[in-house]
Write a protein that binds this ligand. Structure first.
Ligand code: DAH
Length: 344
């Protein structure tokens, strides 16, 4: 047993020298010094020895236990130091690594176009007037000189609500009536407004038409406002939006709420009028519908058409954005695909 004690002692010391982790250290402690450890068991088995051997063995065994306990303590200190050093090293911040960027949001391409339009029209003296998306049939059609059952209603495929007489506006033009009534002070004040907003049409969705899209309406009411004012204003707008060399042309057209009515084209800024795929080889791009406000519409807004006149126009920000960036499909605008949106 004496010999076994010395052997265990040497072996335990040797093992301890190789221990690198606190887990292994704990295991060693259990095996050697724990309740059922080798040394503890030997001390307990002392009674099996001959009486005269007991004192000497006991003394040595206690000595060995204390020596091992001391060796254990100093090893434990060493292992802890190493582990701390290692974890500090591993957890160290490498300041030379590139940082992780925060994902940032961006403005929707239509919002960007709208903001540019607000800036330009604002500089030209037009204020923003917001009108409602859910409209009455009367505002959207009747008061704009499109009576019930009139064939001109065919121009707008309409979303009806379950409330009779309530629809989703098919264009921003009903805002003209609201602006005249709210800002005109019973037909006594001139007004210059732009009316931005979403419009809705019950249409087949294709690359060229969506069932929802924005419009920017414009309306100027005053005394002696003439066709030349409309032409000059729109030409100036085109120069500010498309560049100083922008050319515009006016084509006769028809809208129930204007007389005369026209469509406005700008010379294709991609090919300079030479003809290309975007302008479909016409050399011109259609950017707006416009005209002189119809006397009936003026009257419905509270103005006396013998004293007051005005012009109006309606343009499509999505269409303008598509032309500007060569976007081929209007469906990208509301499909929430970040790969599209992040490009702007
Ligand atoms: N409201 C028309 C549409 O949606 C666009 C329009 C044409 C607006 C002529 C106007 C205008 O103000 O004068 O098709």
């Amino acid at each position: 047993m004496q010999q076994q004690l010395e052997q265990t002692y040497q072996q335990a010391l040797a093992d301890l020298e190789h221990i690198q982790s606190s887990d292994a250290l704990r295991e060693w402690e259990l095996k050697i010094l724990g309740q059922k450890g080798a040394i503890t068991l030997m001390l307990r088995g002392i009674g099996q020895l001959a009486k005269e051997e007991r004192a000497a063995f006991g003394k040595r065994a206690n000595e060995v236990r204390d020596l091992l306990a001391t060796a254990y303590e100093s090893r434990a200190e060493l292992v802890q130091e190493h582990e701390l050093a290692r974890s500090l090293e591993e957890g160290q911040i490498d300041v030379t690594l590139p940082g992780r960027a925060h994902p940032t949001g961006g403005l929707h391409p239509s919002t960007q176009t709208f903001r540019e339009l607000y800036r330009i029209w604002g500089d030209m003296g037009f204020q923003v007037f917001r009108s409602r998306d859910v409209e009455t049939d009367e505002m959207n059609f009747t008061l704009l000189n499109i009576p019930e059952h009139h064939p001109a209603r065919d121009m707008w495929d309409t979303f009806y609500t379950t409330t009779p007489g309530m629809i989703l506006r098919t264009h921003t033009s009903p805002g003209q009536i609201r602006a005249m009534r709210e800002l005109g002070a019973e037909g006594t004040q001139p007004i210059r407004v732009i009316l931005p907003g979403m419009c809705y049409r019950y249409e087949q969705i294709t690359a060229r038409s969506e069932m929802q899209f924005h419009q920017l309406e414009g309306l100027a009411i005053g005394r002696n406002i003439r066709m030349s004012d409309l032409k000059g204003t729109v030409t100036e707008f085109a120069r500010r939006f498309y560049g100083a060399n922008a050319k515009v042309r006016f084509r006769a057209s028809y809208f129930p709420f204007t007389e005369p009515s026209m469509e406005i084209d700008v010379e294709c800024f991609l090919c300079g009028g030479q003809g290309c795929r975007v302008c479909k080889y016409a050399g011109w791009l259609e950017i707006a519908g416009a005209g002189m406000v119809h006397p009936t519409v003026l009257r419905n807004g509270g103005y006396d058409p013998t004293q007051w006149s005005g012009f109006a126009f309606g343009m499509g920000p999505e269409r303008m954005t598509m032309l500007k960036h060569g976007i081929q499909d209007i469906r990208y605008f509301w499909s929430n695909d970040l790969r599209f949106l992040e490009q702007f």
